[in-house]
Design a binder for this molecule. Sequence first.
Ligand SMILES: [Mn+2]
Length: 424
Amino acid sequence: MPEHGHDEQPDHVHADDDHGGRGYTHSHGPGGRPHTHGPGGHSHSDAFAQKEGRWAQEAEERISLFRHDEEIQRGLAYGLQGSPTLVDRNIPTFSRGELPHFAGERGTFLNSPYLEDVNAVEDAEVAVFGAPLDSGATYRPGARFGPQGIRRSTNLFGTYCYELGVDLREQLNMVDIGDVFTIPGNLEKSFDQISQAMAHVYSRGVFPVILGGDHSIGYPTIRGMAPYVDGNIGIIHFDRHVDTQETDLDERMHTTPWFHATNLKNAPATNLVQIGIGGWQSPRAGVQVGRERGTTIMTVGDVERVGIEKIAETALEIAWKGAKAVYLSFDIDVIDAGFVPGTGWPEPGGLLPREALNLIRMISQPGLAGLEVVECAPPYDWAEQTALLSSRVILDSLAVLVREGHLGRKASTTGRHAWGPQPV
Ligand SMILES: [Mn+2]
């Protein structure tokens, strides 16, 4: 079992040693929710949602409040005791923790600690970093502000998710290591920087979360991790677009990452699964490459007809076939353009947010090697909704990885300061 001490987890929650962190399990209901083994043995008349609702109510009790309490103490020490008129004596004069959500903004992802010295990254289990790049955008630029927008949108969230029964502050050592120094106007140099950043994090056994950036970063991220994977890498790619052509407008662009990534020795195209493809923005050159190389494409119609459970199961089968690691690349434009106006190539008719998040939860169950969310372009965003969905993809995936025991091993509920390495 994972070290964070979930010895009372219900029996639907598996540590990865149950299935070697490779295959997937059929013992989960849709969305990774518990199916029949909720506490108290409910009757068959219970609706599925009620079971999850009840399970989560019980699960909350098993999560520590250690880091929450520690954060309050630190707030009082560093932010001074609150004014005498306040009844709640946990409120400091200066905001120093999660609350209030509109203030005290640290500017990091989910208010996690900022790690200035990236040499110390291995103390963390998850490192979030931005790849602010939009030189690969062939229509709307703006994704260079994606990392900033995604981080800002997380001010709205707490660290606890009700239905997943996970509190990331308590159960995960996650740090934000800032952004890669990309070179505007020079994709190849930016790619080199991104690959080097990825290699630094991945080679130290730290789970990378990359905030894009346009989708051209899909190639350098895979290239950065590939030398450190002892075997093949599978890629699960959510997108409205195939992104498999060799060049676009005479260069490698955000329409080309998988042509180049699947040229890498250990990232075969046959392990590339593309979900949500369709519409009127798919260059035929890319489709031809996918056909020749044997990629797997599942359209939004497939998702609708076959159902998300079967789609996730099939995607995992193909991505994990003979592979040692599976990487998630999520283009936010896979979601219907009505929900994600802030993106480079909006395409109506995509997945619904609920479908996308359920798929993310399911494909995260057997474990991932890392993930990226790309193409969030805040200049076109309304009310932060594209950034919010981008954040949710990351948060939901991390929560499932923690709940399934793939992450959360370094977190200790006693004796650690904050929820990651602290600056010295
Ligand atoms: Mn796309």
